[in-house]
Design a binder for this molecule. Sequence first.
Ligand SMILES: O=C(O)c1ccccc1NCC(=O)[C@H](O)[C@H](O)COP(=O)(O)O
Length: 213
Amino acid sequence: MDIRVKICGLKEPEHVAAAAEAGAAYVGFVFFEKSPRNVSLERARDLALDVPVGVAKVALTVNADDAFLDELVDTVPLDMLQLHGKESPERVAEVRARYGLPVMKAIGIAEEADVAQIDLYGAVADQLLVDAKAPKGAALPGGNGLSFDWRLVNRKYWPAPWMLAGGLTPDNVAEAIRMTGARQLDLSSGVESAPGVKDPKLIRAFMDAVKAA
Ligand SMILES: O=C(O)c1ccccc1NCC(=O)[C@H](O)[C@H](O)COP(=O)(O)O
């Protein structure tokens, strides 16, 4: 089975190269000032220009307004927008129509009741990122290195393609794939040596573990 991986929160050209060389299908850039993975528009543009053809460039934003998104899409060559805040289904549809780019909506999962959100957003988004819900009071709405109970999404069918995210590592990814049937994966902390610092060895180890799964 061909599994597509998104490595998120890249800040350095050598880490973008390591992700692409290891076989990542997507690379993600974070635009959220409180994050240790935050990049400026100019930095992201430089990183994006070096991404090999065939690897999708994803911009992650949190409750961004049109003014910011206008500047983002004018500055950075992108293939997808990831909305990782409290954007409503209407806002997802609006962003999709305004920018003409595929939109991936992140859904935070902590309990069974959260799973219904997947159907709701699946009707308006091009892709869904099924992620662990951030704990109350967390500084970041994602990228916390926490998993959710994978039994909640055990081999479900949804209207839009989806990625599994939340606390994935080289050590647990085989089990995550087995339990959920996910065909796409997204991760950040699990391939870092410190918050916001990607480690090429961990990127390769993760991709090897996916290939072996
Ligand atoms: O990664 C961040 O710093 C971040 C900041 C603000 C909103 C979302 C963020 N990350 C979201 C991602 O797409 C992560 O890759 C996803 O939540 C999984 O993260 P992790 O559990 O660290 O693998």
